[in-house]
Design a protein around this ligand. Structure first.
Ligand SMILES: [Fe+2]
Length: 278
């Protein structure tokens, strides 16, 4: 089998202080526990886990303390990016050993996993729900992508740079998507732009590359494509994304699997010992 690198993506954890439900209804801590159990049990093990924003909910130091406790059983290396529910300063304090590109401000990171570069971009705008990549982040992205042209790269950020059709989320997506697209056009090595924020699995093309939104382990944003209801959430089947890169010609190839979280019947063999279909 071709060499393979597996990057799990989980998103929008919305961890509250211990014992508190999100929106008075959703046990986000329990959802993360189940998600971590699924990640730990997945064979073959993912090489890395990216958490694409909204790690906390309010945010508060208490929430990040609770988050670190909940993440302790995760056996895989991981890194987080801020979302609109996060605080850069609190996240930096909670995870001080991460490889942040800047000593202050946006929490961008470049992480090398074998032949693959992961570029984690901080699209959060302090105090606002929408996303924007600031000038230093865009310059850093352009320079970093230009520094080693032969390696495939995956870009992760919280805010999607596209319209989903869910009206109340679309007005708080990445507001300067055109500036990101202009940079990506110069760098064919980017194979995927993977985002969060909308709490449901979504796929489109952006700047000629696949662009995804990661499903969640807790509550999905209601799939309301015609402004029929007030902004709402719905507890749907929990899942995470597994971005699987295969070595090959050029930049290799990338396939994203959606992995349901939970206990399910199987796996059962299709064939008996005689090789015949059961
Ligand atoms: Fe979120």
């Amino acid at each position: 089998m071709a060499r393979q690198i597996r990057i799990a993506q989980i998103s929008d954890l919305h961890i509250k202080p211990s014992g508190t439900l999100a929106y008075g209804r959703v046990d986000t801590a329990k959802a993360l526990e189940r998600c971590i159990a699924a990640l730990n049990a997945f064979v073959p093990a993912p090489d890395f886990v990216v958490i694409s924003g909204d790690l906390a909910d309010a945010p508060s130091v208490e929430e990040y303390d609770h988050l670190r406790l909940l993440l302790a059983p995760l056996k895989l290396p991981f890194a987080g990016i801020p979302g609109n529910h996060d605080s850069r300063e609190m996240m930096r304090a909670a995870f001080p050993n991460a490889a942040y590109a800047f000593p202050s401000g946006p929490l961008n990171q470049k992480i090398e996993i074998g032949a693959l570069d992961l570029l984690l971009l901080d699209s959060s705008v302090p105090g606002k729900p929408h996303g924007e990549l600031d000038a230093p982040t865009l310059q850093w992205l352009d320079a970093t992508l230009g520094s080693s042209g032969g390696r495939p790269a995956l870009v992760f950020q919280h805010h999607p740079p596209f319209v989903t059709g869910i009206w109340h989320m679309d007005r708080q997506n990445l507001h300067n998507a055109a500036e990101l697209a202009a940079i990506l056009q110069r760098h064919p090595r980017v194979q995927l732009i993977a985002t969060g924020h909308v709490h449901r699995a979504t796929l489109t093309m952006f700047a000629g590359r696949p662009c995804t939104i990661c499903p969640v382990a807790n509550h999905a944003v209601d799939l309301d494509l015609d402004q029929l209801r007030e902004p709402s959430f719905k507890v749907e089947p929990p899942a995470f994304h597994l971005h699987t890169w295969f070595a090959g010609e050029g930049y290799g190839s990338l396939v994203t699997h959606q992995v349901p979280i939970g206990s399910f019947d199987g796996p059962h063999p299709f064939f008996g010992p005689d090789g015949k279909l059961l």
